[in-house]
Write a protein that binds this ligand. Structure first.
Ligand SMILES: Cc1ncc(COP(=O)(O)O)c(C=O)c1O
Length: 294
């Protein structure tokens, strides 16, 4: 990330960054399909119109921008697409920044779990390749916890003033005590130590997940992050059936269904977040999931 301190605005998590950007810099926002329904709602409630940006095995279909998909801003999760877990292909990254340069469109890079990669070299932030067009947004939600409500965005120079002003009139500022505590954690290297240790723990959980869910339920999107996507075979129980069975076993997992922009005949799946259970509870929770899936 190319980050001049003047270009950084601290926010109450990713969600406030998204809200402020829609209010100041975007009318029509292309968002990944599937993607988090909550974030679509945040865009709408802040005055934005949402259009679907399809995804495939290479990530978001940025090659469609300016053709089938028309928008003045694009929100992407390039390092680890939510929820499919795909890393945006270099050609798609290139298509995205080329579109932004050509049209003046804004790219919002949601790097929500960029700290947790397991199998491959870190992917450089998109922002570093086009800092005048890409807003990088980071969050402490996955590294420290979503309760903290701390995020940060690195803005193109033209947006610093308008976004800082929108932030001021939204909530004055994000809690300073929390910011100082995080700053101290970073300066003391405690944050780095914590992230390294957490990465190791989550990788072990990921490895166990991959070793226990095999065959038709083999998870995808597992190279990074804290969740995996498990596709449900068309001849087995559907999402609603599996969710009910999971709830009966004391498990909370998400269905893929609500993540599509429009209801319809989509592939069925489960989003399994493996970061949440306590360390001692995880193996039993995973065995319960294996039984639920049958
Ligand atoms: C796709 C995605 N982006 C961003 C976030 C982080 O959001 P926040 O910082 O508002 O907690 C999450 C959290 O779960 C997420 O799933």
């Amino acid at each position: 990330v190319l980050a001049d301190p003047e270009a950084v605005v601290v926010t109450s998590g990713y969600v406030q960054a998204l809200a402020l950007l829609v209010r100041t810099a975007a009318d029509t926002v292309a968002m990944e399909d599937p993607g988090l329904p909550f974030h679509r709602e945040v865009v709408r409630r802040n005055g934005g119109r949402v259009v679907a940006l399809p995804t495939d095995g290479l990530g978001a279909r940025t090659d469609l921008l300016g053709r089938r998909v028309r928008a003045d801003a694009v929100v992407v999760t390039p390092a680890h697409q939510y929820p499919a877990g795909v890393t945006l292909h270099p050609a798609r990254r290139q298509a995205l920044t080329a579109w932004a340069r050509r049209t003046g469109g804004l790219v919002v890079e949601d790097d929500y779990d960029g700290e947790f990669r397991y199998d491959r070299q870190p992917v450089g932030a998109l922002q570093g390749t086009a800092p005048d067009h890409v807003v990088y947004v980071g969050t402490a939600a996955k590294t420290v916890g979503p309760a903290l409500r701390l995020g940060w965005m690195v803005l193109p120079p033209r947006l610093v003033g308008p976004v800082a002003e929108a932030k001021l009139h939204s909530d004055y500022h994000t809690g300073v005590i929390e910011q100082l505590a995080l700053a101290e954690l970073i300066a003391s290297h405690g944050y780095d130590r914590h992230v390294r240790a957490a990465r190791l723990r989550y990788r072990r959980r990921r490895d166990l997940l991959v070793s226990r869910l095999t065959g038709r339920h083999a998870p995808s999107g597992v190279a990074a992050g804290l969740h995996a996507l498990v596709r449900l075979p068309p001849d087995g129980p559907d999402e609603a059936g599996i969710l009910a069975r999971a709830a009966g076993a004391g498990l909370a997992v998400d269905a893929l269904g609500p993540h599509w922009h429009t209801p319809g005949d989509h592939p069925q799946g489960l989003i399994v977040g493996y970061g949440t259970p306590g360390e001692g509870a995880y193996p039993a929770a995973l065995e319960a999931l294996v039984r639920v899936l049958g």
